[in-house]
Design a protein around this ligand. Structure first.
Ligand SMILES: [Zn+2]
Length: 478
């Protein structure tokens, strides 16, 4: 019999727990180049589920997919000063090809505003050409010194939306519309509550006028920026000369936006929903929603399979993502453990006595609850359970976030909370970058965002005590 896999308890060592979960759930493998990673089929299937959920929402809001080249000429980066300063330190370069040194170095894209800007300049001449609403699914590179699978890697997969609009109002509406698309997806499909809000100037995207983010809380109280949306003003339009002839016959610069979410979301799912038995996947994202396992003595196997197989077909035909594991070389106990590690929301067991009683045994991954269910009306029972698990996982994550949300009025208070209780801390901010820097130095926490609908307005800056211009969530982040 195969050996049972073990996971370091979360409370003992969160980082070791995380690596144990992703390895035992078979999501990834390490790559020969440090900082890169291999997405194994179980991990890539989660990414495909994320892609489906986001892509359908992008299309429903009028966007089309396109693809831009991965190699970007060095000169493109020099056109937008803040952009190059922000990204230059982490760019990998292609300097030679076919045995010859290139005349101009080519960067492996860290993001595509520059090359998209170059293309938009060709596509856009008149007000009739606007808006342009495209998205691309791609890989990007940002050379990282300290890496963590899914959450911080030198190459990652993502989508980046790029849009061009006639004026500021329309572009700002787009920026918030897409932020809300991320909120809708992450809350409703990933079962994770998020804080949406605006980044402070020091945390915004290199080259943006305004950056907005959604921030999710992990089970160690740290934050993950789960999606971002940027209003660029006319900065990239000016850098790449993207102008259009307006109805009034004058040339005007377009206003652009960009927005992205990445394979970080997989790390986010693991850290926000996982437990000491492994991964827990919300049913809407789970590549396998229900696993069926036949049980009972070998001599009654045929009797069991005679009912098992038609039940599997029936569940599959109902559109439930079901997997049958009737392998004889693994014991039922080993399989229970295996699918718990992999986060499958429901397990269905059926043995000879269950067949006599016209029932099956269903076990929930989220609560461990064991249910004896009639084989009649089984599809409804399964669907109701999946709906309930989805809601329960959201409620659990929301409860966890409430239990680990605090407020502080001084830096000493903030430090004390972060050291003793971990979580998000609401505090005031005077608008000074120096005050933010001081928080970072003292606590390693950053201002995550200025949340829309903050639970409370904090009147004074946590650092200097001056009147605040905004209330922010402070937290340590990934
Ligand atoms: Zn201050």
């Amino acid at each position: 019999m195969a050996e049972e896999k073990r996971i370091t308890p979360m409370a003992q060592d969160f980082s070791a727990w995380y690596i144990d979960v992703i390895k035992n759930a078979d999501l990834m493998d390490y790559a020969p180049v440090r900082g890169c990673m291999i997405f194994k089929p179980a991990g890539y299937a989660i990414w495909e589920a994320i892609q489906r959920g986001l892509d359908s929402r992008f299309k429903a809001t009028g966007h089309e997919n396109a693809y831009f080249p991965m190699l970007i000429p060095e000169s493109f980066f020099n056109k937008e000063k803040e952009h190059v300063e922000g990204f230059a330190p982490e760019l990998p370069w292609v300097t030679e090809a076919a045995g010859e040194k290139l005349e101009e170095r080519l960067a492996l894209r860290p993001t595509s505003e520059t090359i998209v800007g170059w293309a938009f300049q060709k596509w856009i001449q008149s007000w009739r050409d606007l808006p342009v609403l495209v998205n691309q699914w791609a890989n990007v590179f940002r050379w990282e010194k300290r890496t963590l699978p899914f959450l911080r890697t030198s190459e990652f997969l993502w989508q980046e939306g790029h849009t061009a609009h006639a004026d500021e109002k329309e572009a700002r509406e787009e920026t918030i519309r897409m932020l809300n698309v991320y909120v809708d997806f992450v809350q409703n499909e990933m079962a994770l509550p998020v804080w949406e809000g605006q980044k402070t100037p020091s945390e915004k995207f290199a080259g943006a006028i305004d950056t907005y983010s959604i921030e999710a809380m992990m089970k160690d109280g740290k934050a993950v920026q789960a999606g971002t949306s940027h209003y660029m003003g006319t900065k990239f339009a000016q850098a790449f000369n993207i102008q259009y002839l307006d109805k009034d016959q004058t040339l005007k610069f377009v206003h652009t936006t960009s927005w992205g979410a990445s394979t970080r979301l997989i790390g986010c799912l693991v850290m926000a929903h996982g437990d000491d038995k492994g991964l827990r996947l919300p049913p809407k994202i789970a590549p396998v929603q229900l696993v069926m396992i036949p049980v009972g003595p070998a001599k009654l196997r045929e009797k069991v399979l005679a009912r098992f197989d038609p039940l599997f077909q029936q569940i599959k035909a109902a559109g439930i993502r079901v997997k049958a594991d009737a392998r004889e070389e693994y014991s039922p106990g080993w399989k229970y453990n295996e699918y718990e590690l992999r986060g499958v929301p429901l397990r269905l067991e059926i043995g000879p006595r269950d067949i006599d009683n016209n029932v099956v045994i269903i076990v929930r991954r989220d609560t461990g609850e064991k249910i004896t269910a009639s084989q009649d009306g089984l599809i409804d029972i399964i669907n109701n359970l999946l709906t309930d698990i989805q809601q329960n996982m959201y409620n659990q994550a929301l409860q966890f976030r409430q239990d680990h949300s605090f407020e502080a009025t001084t830096l000493a208070e903030l430090t004390d909370i972060l050291d003793k209780q971990f979580g998000f801390v609401l505090g005031g901010w005077c608008g000074s970058g120096a005050c933010e820097e001081e928080v970072k130095k003292a606590t390693k926490a950053t201002a995550r965002n200025k949340p829309f609908g903050a639970p409370k307005q904090m009147p004074t800056c946590i650092t200097c005590g001056q009147p605040s211009v905004a209330t922010v969530w402070y937290a340590r982040g990934y």
